[in-house]
Design a binder for this molecule. Structure first.
Ligand code: F3S
Length: 374
């Protein structure tokens, strides 16, 4: 790999041990992926922030980085944690709480903006062609497909390394030629609910696994957020093209295999909210428009709404009204990254096929419900 003089100096430890370690990680991964050089990024986003996800090894690694003097070089944000930072709705226990706070402190010490959200684009919206190193699959696919930014699907540690050196390897989706569509998705029905779009994404991810699907659909950015997040969970998809929504010039139309999604397949994923222990909405974290829509309804069941702390604080009045209607906001976390089983929750109805995917894997009884029924 060709490195600049400055990058060579970083690698040789002239800018400190932490930077050298971080750059070495990026260079090694880049070499495996055939990268010829590194590129500068404007924003890193770290996933793997919940103690429930990374455990003691993750905590020790982060604390070691801090001890070596690691500091971020670019604007850097972090994913949700395993507990609500405002309320005690989610009972995690003292040990979990203590270690979760240590993880947060490590990120703070490195200079991360501890946004605790999987929707960093609601905090700072990247522009088309901006280069990022993001490590949350739902945010990665949204950045590439809706915002037209360029990011690979980084692992949590690699996103932290990129934050420290402000660079990533030039390979994969950092290169326009690799942003070529591979499939054309055809729907034989018109989804009319957010959750149905989410189910469509889930089925696309399940059917194609890898690739860059193109959708010829009319869809808004919130519907796209749900659909794309689900396809990134059930498949390894990091980018899609949505005609009319994905910024032009950020992708290439390739040779496309046609795949079809039937209404029946979508319907099979749905059940009734009444049978669940809780109903969960906000995977990925809610937008302000979703919150406003919820105000028109009253939940039939205990309904958790996952929200970013910054949105929660900024729209306190709206949140209070929602609480008054019976909704339960969970702040800076979600039902996937928190240990909800410890509370005896076994049956979850959700509007998100991403939550459906992960909670099913954890052995919970889970099904989709329409957003309009939440
Ligand atoms: Fe976000 Fe949790 Fe879903 S981190 S994307 S709400 S699984």
């Amino acid at each position: 790999m060709e490195l600049t003089r400055e990058e060579e100096a970083i690698l040789n430890g002239e800018h400190g041990e932490a930077k050298a370690l971080a750059l070495e990680m990026i260079v090694r991964v880049g070499e495996v992926l055939g990268a010829r050089r590194l590129v500068r990024i404007t924003h890193a986003h770290a996933s793997g922030v919940s103690y429930g996800t990374i455990g003691d090894p993750g905590l020790h690694w982060l604390e070691e980085l801090v001890a070596k003097g690691a500091k971020v070089s670019v604007y850097s944000t972090v994913n949700p944690i395993g507990m609500d930072i405002v309320h005690d709705t989610i009972k995690v226990g003292e040990e979990f709480k203590e270690k979760q706070l240590k993880i947060l402190n490590a990120f703070k010490a490195m200079g991360f903006d501890v946004t605790l959200t999987c929707t960093p684009y609601y905090i700072r919206k990247p522009s088309p062609f901006e280069r990022l190193a993001w490590g949350e699959s739902s945010a990665v696919i949204y950045a590439n497909s809706v915002l037209g930014a360029f990011t690979n699907r980084e692992g949590g540690p690699l996103a932290v390394a990129a934050a420290v050196v402000g660079r990533t390897y030039e390979a994969g989706l950092q290169i326009l030629e690799n942003r070529k569509t591979t499939h054309l998705v055809k729907l034989n029905f018109e989804p009319n609910d957010l959750s149905e779009w989410s189910a469509v994404g889930y089925l696309v991810g399940e059917k194609i696994g890898q690739g860059i699907p193109r959708y010829e659909v009319r869809i808004d950015d919130v519907q796209a957020k749900y659909m794309l997040a689900a396809s990134a969970a059930s498949g390894g998809i990091a980018m899609s093209v949505i005609d009319g929504l994905t910024p032009r010039g950020t992708y290439i139309i390739g040779e496309e295999e046609r795949i079809e999604i039937e209404k029946k397949e979508v319907e099979e994923m749905f059940g009734a909210p009444e049978d669940a222990d809780i109903v969960f909405h906000g995977c990925p974290h809610v937008s302000v428009s979703e919150l406003k829509e919820l105000l028109n309804r009253r939940p039939k069941k205990e309904t958790w709404i996952a929200v970013a702390p910054r949105i929660y604080e900024k729209h306190k009045d709206l949140m209070e009204k929602l609480k008054g209607r019976g909704y339960v906001p969970v702040v800076g976390t979600c039902s996937v990254v928190s240990p909800i089983e410890r509370m005896g929750i076994k049956r979850v109805a959700t509007t998100s096929a991403k939550t459906y995917f992960y909670l099913k894997k954890r052995g919970l009884d889970v099904w989709l419900v329409k957003f309009s029924e939440v």
